[in-house]
Design a protein around this ligand. Structure first.
Ligand code: PGA
Length: 268
């Protein structure tokens, strides 16, 4: 696991934007895994800016989002379809036909929808780079604590804490879903690279459990300890409970030197 710590949250977004830009300029048919939530908003703002000012093109990019609420209309302002449309897809030159979310309406079978999503990822050649956030309870996607570490895309019942954490986004009279379709931890682990972004003090305990805790379904993000190419990008508030910070900062400087000398190793 490569742990990169920055002083400011904007640098976290910049670092992630650089990874995405490197992938989509170096691979002819890049496949990106995307996340929603507060954390990646500044990343999407930067990508839109790079599209407008540096001609970064998404014309050949295929995307798969991590999750979507169960039985929510795509144009519902709370849906992740709408979030992606408003924050990225409508603002860059991506082909909407190449964008995917694990949707499941009331008259669809969530079991079949999960299998179809897995098949679509496989047909696209697998995910090159999966962007992740982390929940205060250690979830990735909507893989709540106790999720199977080998799980695939499926319907999950949300925990009280996640419903509570996300309630800030819903008006008091608005229906808040209590279940969602999500890529599984096994789906995420199959990505060639994963890049997890975390900012803010409220994520510090989950980040510490992910990096230094035992590999356990109690902290689903701890599964990334087993990923060959996991990059965790933190601001100093999210890193504040890590005891080894000076080592991570030093190792990062050493990595920069190795990359300058030998080139960057991309296994896309
Ligand atoms: P946030 O959510 O970016 O809104 O904090 C992250 C997550 O729950 O995965």
């Amino acid at each position: 696991m490569q742990v990169v710590i920055f002083d400011h949250s904007e640098q976290v977004a910049q670092h992630a934007a650089q990874w995405i830009s490197d992938l989509i300029t170096n691979k002819t048919t890049p496949v990106l895994g995307l996340a929603t939530g507060s954390t990646p908003i500044s990343l999407y703002n930067m990508l839109v800016d790079m599209h407008q000012t540096q001609a970064l093109s998404f014309a050949d990019v295929t995307t798969f989002n991590l999750d979507e609420y169960h039985n929510i209309a795509p144009d519902n302002p709370q849906s992740y379809c709408r979030f992606m449309h408003d924050n990225l897809f409508s603002l860059v030159d991506i082909d909407p036909a190449n964008t995917h979310l694990p949707t499941c309406s009331a008259n669809q079978n969530p079991r079949q929808q999960g299998l179809k999503y897995e098949a679509a990822i496989e047909a696209a050649g697998g995910i090159d780079l999966q962007i992740l956030g982390i929940g205060a309870n250690g979830h990735i996607g909507f893989n709540e604590p106790s999720s199977s570490l080998a799980s695939k895309t499926r319907i999950k019942t949300l925990t009280e804490q996640t419903i509570q954490d996300n309630s800030r986004l819903f008006k008091s009279d608005e229906h808040q879903p209590d279940s969602a379709m999500t890529m599984g931890i096994g789906t995420i682990m199959a990505s060639r690279y994963v890049l997890l972004m975390a900012t803010g003090e409220h994520k510090a305990a989950a980040v510490n459990a992910m990096i230094t805790g035992p590999l356990s379904a109690t902290c689903p993000a701890s599964a990334l300890q087993m990923h060959e190419n996991a990059i965790v990008v933190l601001d100093k508030a999210a890193a504040s409970k890590l005891t080894n910070q000076s080592y991570y900062r030093w190792a990062d400087r050493q990595n920069a030197k190795l990359n300058a000398q030998y080139g960057f190793y991309h296994n896309y």
